[in-house]
Ligand binder design. Structure first.
Ligand code: HEC
Length: 145
């Protein structure tokens, strides 16, 4: 799991910039409110901004929030089967069937893994502590609906 670095995005960072493993893979913390994107682009063509917990990402797609991928059945992926998990990674769709997943989820890279590898990642995720944390919906780019 470390090899694929899901924690690098799905685990909130502490103020010193380390993944907070007490909240491993639980996604953008529901208590951290994000009203919208900062004014982008910044100077010198910078177009992406990341918040202090490293879980809210603003860019041309609006604001995306990293998902709760712990086995919590209500706010995480605990109600998913391995087939739903594989479909979500292979197709880049929410829950394997919904809207397209936004950047920076690198699903195109993980989609090249074998079913066996993806099943192993899913099996690992089902062993970590379930954390109840409701991640907000993405915010569309300003001006877009
Ligand atoms: C570079 C950051 C980044 C990395 C690394 C990353 N993710 Fe994500 N992931 C995201 C973001 C952001 C979203 C939410 C996208 C959205 O809401 O459209 C997401 C969404 C997901 C979803 C969809 C959840 C749902 O509700 O449909 C799954 C499953 C997922 N990631 C699994 C993983 C796994 C497993 C790994 C490691 C192998 C991983 N991610 C690594 C950023 C990342």
């Amino acid at each position: 799991m470390t090899a694929q670095d899901c924690n690098g995005c799905h685990t909130p960072f502490t103020p010193t910039g380390e993944p907070d493993m007490t909240r491993a893979l639980s996604g953008h913390p529901q208590a951290v409110r994000v009203a919208g994107a900062p004014r982008l682009p910044l100077a010198d063509g910078w177009i992406v901004a990341i918040n202090e917990t490293n879980t809210a990402w603003a860019g041309p797609w609006g604001v995306s929030f990293t998902s709760n991928i712990t086995p919590d059945r209500v706010t995480g992926i605990g109600a998913w089967t391995d087939r739903i998990f594989i479909a979500s990674i292979r197709t880049g769709k929410k829950s394997g069937v919904g809207r397209g997943l936004l950047p920076p989820m690198p699903w195109r890279m993980y989609a090249t893994l074998t079913d066996e590898d993806l099943r192993a990642i899913y099996a690992y995720l089902m062993t970590i502590p379930a954390i109840s944390n409701r991640v907000p919906d993405p915010i569309p780019p300003s001006g877009a609906k």
